[in-house]
Design a protein. Structure first.
Length: 237
């Protein structure tokens, strides 16, 4: 039987991520200049007598995603792409699930404005204690996505405010010329901009409250019922 992490810690993690497993991102929340998103199907990995090593291709961004787990609990979760995504943040998750349901979850999030290059290294007692369980064979799934960075959100806000100010100015000028038709058109355009802004903000709030914007929620949903058992997160790295 596998050794488990502290019961309180596990309950906290499960309570945090259980709602995410079945969350579906809202199409309304996607930005107009959305960067690629990609997810793998569940893959069956064979048994190994040495380190657990996986290398995946992120085809939409011409990148790689890698993980190495050693029997002493040391690990290296890494990824890279030479492509840059200005004003975007990158979020990627990888899960390993044993046939008995135990899961190890890896995640990275960071700025993607100047390409993506990361390597998360460490040592986990949980990985060491349960290495044999995963070395017998397991399932994997991964997911990545992009979101607007703080700089990106600021740029969108500034551009939108500039457009609204221009419409207000054009409406006022039309009224000075007594061109009520053009004034009405500019007013209607301004109202559409404001309504779109409100709709997008509501969609973002809904997505945030449901966990739908996270790669973690997506990847947990992918492996939720694989092998006919509900998963239990042993470690979140």
């Amino acid at each position: 039987m596998s050794k488990h992490v502290n019961g309180i810690e596990r309950l906290f993690v499960l309570a945090l991520f259980a709602p995410l497993a079945f969350a579906v991102p809202s199409a309304m929340a996607q930005p107009s200049t959305a960067a690629p998103a990609e997810a793998s199907p569940v893959q069956t990995q064979p048994a190994t007598t040495g380190p657990i090593v996986h290398n995946f291709q992120l085809r939409k961004i011409n990148g790689t995603l890698n993980v190495t787990v050693n029997s002493d609990g040391t690990y290296d979760f890494s990824g890279s792409t030479g492509k840059s995504f200005p004003d975007k943040d990158f979020d990627v998750s990888l899960v390993m699930k044993a046939s008995t349901g135990e899961m190890i979850l890896f995640e990275y999030a960071g700025d993607a404005s100047h390409s993506i290059q990361f390597s998360k290294q460490g040592q986990s007692k949980t990985l060491q204690d349960n290495f044999a369980l995963f070395a017998k064979g397991h399932y994997t799934a991964w997911d990545y996505r992009f979101s607007e960075s703080a700089a990106g959100r600021a740029k969108i806000y500034e551009e939108r405010e500039k457009k609204k100010e221009e419409l207000r100015k054009e409406e006022a000028e039309a009224r000075k010329r007594h061109d009520e038709k053009v004034a009405a058109e500019k007013k209607a355009a301004l109202q559409r901009e404001e309504q779109q802004e409100i709709a997008e903000e509501r969609a973002k709030q809904q997505q945030s409250s449901s966990g739908g914007g996270s790669s973690v929620g997506s990847v947990l949903g992918t492996v939720a019922k694989v092998a006919g058992v509900v998963g239990t997160i042993l470690s979140f790295l």
